[in-house]
Design a protein around this ligand. Structure first.
Ligand code: NDP
Length: 335
């Protein structure tokens, strides 16, 4: 028996600027179980992530461009509706890379079974998923974070950033958080208990502001935004400080190339380490992260906030709104 799958497709590549809803279309196609694709899954939650923006251009990146007119990929949590594979049963909760659609057929290798614990299921797309893993690997494996250090975090009200702030607080660091709205500042201070948070959109001169709020400087800057913010942070790093380049969202939708860092002399004089990383290189590195994060979540030491849009039709809007900072915590679509 065949069924209809509804999915999001890119209509055209978007080389520059902020995507528009008209760059996407909602399409349908017939799907059916066969001997190869013998498991039918209905998606429950879809992850919406900034890295998808890079796949909307034809430029070479760490993942290939999306195919025009075809299903966009992305992480998702779903429920098995029908299975002809002995490893999966109807009702199983599964993680896949078949997001941006309401249902799909696949084979067992495409799925990871989730044994839900006593936390909301969608945490597997947030703190227990790719964004939590990114925070953990960035801080410990690349940043070598130590208790007592002072850390600066940009895009701190988002999914990666809010997890970075909380992990750093959990191990006894001082956390300075930057974000783009007063509501997010309040959440970071009142609930996540960071030491200081500010709305970067209200700061006139970031270089002098960072000096004022943290005169002793930062041991580590967890950079989610790049651009001018990165340049300003470099001025306030301590000698031998580390800068972890996680993302460059401020540069993702620009319409002309930036002029580059103008203060590389500080990198030399302060003997800074600047290190980029991509979480997809760390798939085999999940064990300590999963153990620590599960414990933190069960003990209430990591809080999880989400911004939820409903229905596959709202997925393009959720993505654009993510790039515009309308999310607090993880951006998700509930199917
Ligand atoms: P977020 O939940 O942080 O959402 C994106 C946020 O970026 C927005 O909410 C907005 O918050 C902020 N933003 C948008 N435009 C600008 C701008 N011009 N300047 C400063 N901030 C801006 O997303 P994620 O937590 O999923 O990702 C955070 C970063 O980490 C991204 O750069 C992403 O690409 C990167 N990343 C990297 C990975 C890796 O493997 N290296 C893996 C996963 C994510 P605000 O209100 O603060 O402006």
């Amino acid at each position: 028996m065949s069924m209809i799958s509804k999915y999001v497709a890119l209509k055209n590549y978007i080389p520059l600027g902020l995507p528009k809803e008209t760059d996407f279309e909602i399409k349908t196609k017939e799907i059916y179980l066969d001997n190869n694709n013998n498991i039918l899954v209905s998606n429950l939650w879809i992850s919406v992530d900034p890295y998808m923006r890079a796949r909307m251009t034809e430029r070479k990146n760490y993942k290939p461009p999306f195919n025009i007119g075809e299903e966009m990929e992305g992480y998702a949590l779903g429920k098995v509706k029908e299975s002809k594979d002995e490893n999966f049963n109807e009702g199983d909760i599964v993680f896949s890379n078949f997001g941006m659609r309401d249902k799909f057929v696949c084979k067992s290798d495409d799925l990871k079974k989730i044994e839900p614990i006593d936390i909301p299921l969608q945490s597997y797309l947030g703190p227990l998923g790719m964004t939590g893993h990114t925070a953990y690997i960035g801080l410990f494996k690349h940043g070598d974070l130590k208790p007592g250090q002072t850390i600066l975090v940009s895009s701190a009200g988002g999914s990666v950033g809010s997890t970075v702030c909380q992990i750093a607080k959990n191990i006894g660091c001082k956390v300075i958080a930057s974000t783009g709205s007063d509501e997010k500042v309040k959440w970071l201070i009142d609930d996540l208990k960071v030491d200081y948070a500010f709305n970067y959109k209200k700061v006139e001169n970031l270089v002098t502001y960072l000096k004022e709020i943290c005169p002793d400087g930062f041991d580590l800057y967890f950079d989610n935004v790049g651009g001018d913010f990165l340049e300003s942070a470099i001025f306030q790093m301590k000698n031998f400080g580390k800068i972890i380049i996680c993302g460059r969202i401020s540069q993702m939708n620009v319409t002309k190339a930036g002029s580059g860092l103008k203060n590389m002399a500080h990198v030399l004089v302060k003997r800074l380490t600047i290190k980029g990383f991509i979480i997809f290189d760390h798939d085999k590195d999940r064990e300590p992260f999963e153990t620590d994060m599960t414990n933190w979540l069960l003990e209430g030491k990591i809080q999880f906030k989400e911004t939820v849009y409903k229905g596959i039709e709202n997925t393009p809007k959720s993505f654009i709104d993510l790039l515009e900072g309308k999310n607090i915590g993880k951006m998700l679509v509930k199917i």
